[in-house]
Design a protein. Sequence first.
Length: 291
Amino acid sequence: MVLGGLECGGTKMVCAIGDENGRIIEKQTIPTEKPEITMPLIINYFKAYPIMAMGVASFGPIDLQRKSPTYGHITSSTKVHWRNFDLLGELKKEFDIPFGFDTDVNGAILGEVTYGSMKGILNGVYMTVGTGIGIGVYSNGALVHGMLHPEGGHVPVKRHPEDTFYGNCVYHGDCLEGMASGSALNERLGIAPEKVGMDNPVWKYESFYLAQAIIGYILTLSPEKIVLGGGVMNRRELFPMIRAEVERLMGGYLHTYQLDHIEDYIIPSSLGGDQGVMGCMKLAYDAAVSS
């Protein structure tokens, strides 16, 4: 079955052709510019293939309520040109096929639980730390939705006592995303984070903020595994720092097998950056089967 996958991110759109086994046959990256620039390029890409269904996993917030008049829209996004944009509707104008639709991070965790390091578990969290911060939640064998979907990147965090950065979230200032996202790192450093050595105190702050959020996810969602992905987490040196900070902040409160083996509990993504588009293939396949 030829399937299309569209992973919509803050800086790039990943378009892919694959199958129901998660195999990626071909993919192309398109910069995330204004919709009138980006959408025609996406549509032209997929029109070259005989796709039978498409899975779309987008940055948010997005409307996932099928009965809502704005179902399929990107809503109050920090990306101003995409606010209130009918993403799914624009694609449906061009393709008369079944669609699966979810958040980018739900797509990523779906890829991990179907094909990657979370395979076989029923409860997990995927946290992406890139241009923005978001979480995908898999609970009792299903993706979590509700009034909207998890927006774990905008939770409040306690400011590190040595940190003077004001926070750059346009909605909340010093929320998790405002303090620890890739865009926040760029703004506070003035240069690309990958050019900054690990002796810079910014990484101490980064670990502190991410660990606070992870503690919250552990205590409220009780995940069996936590996967961290996104561009910032390409700095693998952050993982032991984050794990150590999680243990410090937990204060010995919980004693579980997972926390006793934290190096196998808080881990990097396992699918070479393709977890999102592989999750899109699963969304597409499920849509095709249920149509």
